[in-house]
Ligand binder design. Structure first.
Ligand SMILES: CC(C)(COP(=O)(O)OP(=O)(O)OC[C@H]1O[C@@H](n2cnc3c(N)ncnc32)[C@H](O)[C@@H]1OP(=O)(O)O)[C@@H](O)C(=O)NCCC(=O)NCCS
Length: 437
């Protein structure tokens, strides 16, 4: 664990949060990482919150092992019959979010639940606000999460900042017209695939705005290499090796046979990771040219996949776009200065924050090297463009996932020259997050 991660992990619970919950007769505490019993009760609450069943012994043991690094908060109602089971859960940890041209420490949030017996009395609001204050106090300029429902987190200053594309491809129509990669494809075991994927993701994530480092235990979950894995035997793994013998690509998939038509089975690709364009072409071509396959499905892809330009018939692809990676700026100067810009310019931002964490008036100045300086200002210089916006809208622009022109036309930001702001924040490729957390 880095110093920052360790300091955040053990930070005291925000006093305002404790007071707000105490007013409802509730207590909030950090789950003891070494207590199996506390972790089991907390996991049961998470499972119940996400409408899932009780966890079995294998699942509890696996959870205990892999989530030690998470800061887990539980809210307890000592008057409830099951007083040891929290009525609300909230997990977070120090991650790293890739930005255009850089990266920034990020508070990643997950396992957010409030029991249906205790909903809508402000528990989430109290915990979220406090944990965000703690995160910024401990040096994390942004927070990130993926969501069950799009409508929950905007009020806390989060915005969808990297969308995900879900593909369903009619293989008969698509026809591969992309390059023929010079390397080779081979099957590997799930364990080999997991290890190669972990190494590859570390290679590619820092060049891919929107990605975060993979949380502990996720690779084992994807590749079915955890003790509590289900249906792992259905997973297949192929790797792509370049001409130099290096593993540059990994794909994890599952085939569902079509018993009515054996030539029209379905491939579900759960992960396709390519560190080079050759690996990307090699792996996608492998799937498009597989025998007996009628449909390929893949999700959490970028919204501007090169694959769309590698098939003869673009209408063979049905693509659904969804909000995916949510970002919340907690410290405007630190967050904006952590990325690079392709245009030298100076702009004033008047940022409103519903939780009063990151608001203010800021001067962003970028230079020809792409670097930025960002200052909180009382009297911004006159003559510069001014953008009035909420912290959620600024967060949605941080990765380059939406143009300021689009936001201005949608009435989400106010500025006289949205095109100038759009040029400043523009990036060559759409941001992407390749998994859920
Ligand atoms: C989502 C959930 C955590 C909300 O907890 P809660 O304690 O009831 O929320 P609060 O009472 O603090 O509500 C805070 C605000 O969010 C709003 N809100 C809460 N849940 C919402 C939802 N599901 N959709 C839209 N708005 C929601 C409330 O109306 C309230 O709005 P306001 O303060 O602006 O008036 C809870 O309903 C839950 O556990 N849901 C099932 C699991 C889940 O979806 N978790 C989220 C995973 S990403």
């Amino acid at each position: 664990m880095t110093d920052l991660a360790a300091a955040f992990h053990t930070a005291d619970i925000d006093a305002q949060t404790s007071a707000a919950l105490a007013a409802h007769g509730l207590t909030v505490a950090r789950v003891d990482d070494t207590s199996r019993a506390e972790n089991d009760a907390w996991l049961d609450a998470v499972s119940r919150g996400f409408l899932d069943g009780e966890r079995n012994e294998a699942q509890r043991a696996a959870f205990f092992e892999r989530t030690e690094a998470r800061r887990k908060l539980g809210v307890y109602d000592t008057t409830a019959p099951l007083a040891q089971t929290p009525v609300a859960t909230f997990a977070s940890w120090a991650a790293e979010l890739t930005l255009p041209g850089g990266a920034v420490p990020a508070c990643a949030i997950s396992s957010v639940t409030v029991a249906p017996t205790h909903r809508r009395r402000g528990i989430l609001r109290a915990v979220m606000a406090g944990e965000l204050r703690t995160a910024v106090d401990r040096g994390m300029p942004v927070a990130v999460l993926t969501v069950s429902e799009s409508t929950i987190y905007g009020r806390f200053g989060f915005a969808p900042a990297a969308a995900a594309a879900q593909w369903e491809l009619n293989v008969r129509r698509a026809r591969w017209i992309g390059p023929v990669a010079p390397g080779r494809i081979d099957f590997v075991t799930r364990e080999q695939g997991r290890d190669a994927a972990a190494a590859l993701h570390e290679r590619v994530r820092l060049a891919s705005p929107g990605e975060i480092d993979m949380p502990t235990g996720h690779w084992d979950r994807f590749f079915g290499t955890r003790a509590d894995a289900e249906k792992a035997e259905q997973l297949r793994v192929v790797q792509y090796r370049g001409e130099d013998g290096e593993v540059d690509g990994i794909a994890l998939y599952r085939v569902t046979e079509n018993h009515d038509d054996f030539t029209a089975s379905t491939v579900d690709i759960s992960f396709l990771l390519a560190a080079t364009d050759e690996a990307y072409a090699g792996l996608w071509r492998f799937f498009l040219e597989m025998d007996l396959i009628g449909t390929i499905r893949a999700s959490e892809l970028a919204v501007d996949e090169p694959l769309w330009w590698m098939i003869a018939d673009q209408r063979a692809a049905t693509i659904t776009i969804r909000d995916h990676q949510y970002v919340r700026i907690l410290d405007v100067p630190a967050a904006l200065a952590a990325r690079t810009y392709d245009v030298a310019d100076s702009v004033v931002f008047e940022v409103a924050d519903p939780l009063e964490i990151a608001g203010g008036t800021f001067l962003l100045s970028t230079d020809a090297t792409g670097a930025a300086s960002v200052d909180l200002v009382d009297d911004p210089p006159i003559g510069l463009p001014v953008v009035r916006l909420g912290v959620a809208e600024l967060s949605s622009m941080l990765l380059g996932g939406v143009s300021a022109v689009t936001l201005a036309r949608a009435g989400r930001i106010e500025t006289d020259d949205p095109a100038r702001i759009a040029r400043l924040f523009a990036t060559p490729a759409a941001p992407r997050l390749s998994f859920w957390y």
